[in-house]
Ligand binder design. Sequence first.
Ligand code: ATP
Length: 252
Amino acid sequence: MTETDVPEDHPRYASLVTRHRIEAGVDAGITSRQGLIAQGRGEAFDYLLGERTLPSADAAERAAAARLLLADHPVISVNGNVAALVPEETVALAEAVDADLEVNLFNRTEERMKAIADHLREHGAESVKGLTGDGEIPGLDHARGIVDADGIGAADVVVVPLEDGDRAEALAAAGKTEIVIDLNPGSRSPRAAAIPIIDNVIRAVPSVTAHARDLANASPAELRSIVDSFDPEAALSAAEAAIREGEFGTDE
Ligand code: ATP
């Protein structure tokens, strides 16, 4: 069954489309096999969250948009799952907030780096960083810490969807303001973030872009007040409460 064969009224439409995109990503050499496992974990949490954007996640998405618009040098980190799931949407977000795109892989191979960069260009990206690899995030094994010196290395704000906990903590320790998108509120990555977005990248990335467009003419003071009134602890607690109290999915 291909993505277009999934009937849109299927109760698990979004999750089936997501699976197909990840499978296609693996076939195209974009997504790693570990990416399949990460996808499975994400899908379980999305089910527990009711496969919807919580009001607290929408508030985080608005705060993320405001923070990105205030940034001097924002960078969006792209891994194999993000490239397979939301290539066009990620390029659109980069344009909306004037951010760089940087391919950054947990299991870095030059082949996969290039396949992802090409895939992003096919979806409209003009420039993609990550292949130079002349910078390093301190506190990580060499291979895990490689970044572009003029990309994530020089960024003040980094968007890291589906990031591994060690790297999220190391980026925060390196002084980066992190915006993490992750469906598991208990994972270390969102806990290391200034702005944790507990939502599926499929919903979160277009939502941050929509908020950024809405805030395009806001003053720096307005943007600052949106960022300052966002409480990361409260956002994590709201997602945990939704999981505890939820109706667990939509196909009951
Ligand atoms: P950590 O190392 O941060 O404690 P982890 O070991 O769970 O966490 P990984 O397995 O490296 O992390 O990454 C998978 C993470 O990505 C999971 O937390 C999962 O919920 C999240 N994830 C997977 N798919 C998506 C998606 N489509 N949208 C958002 N998050 C996702």
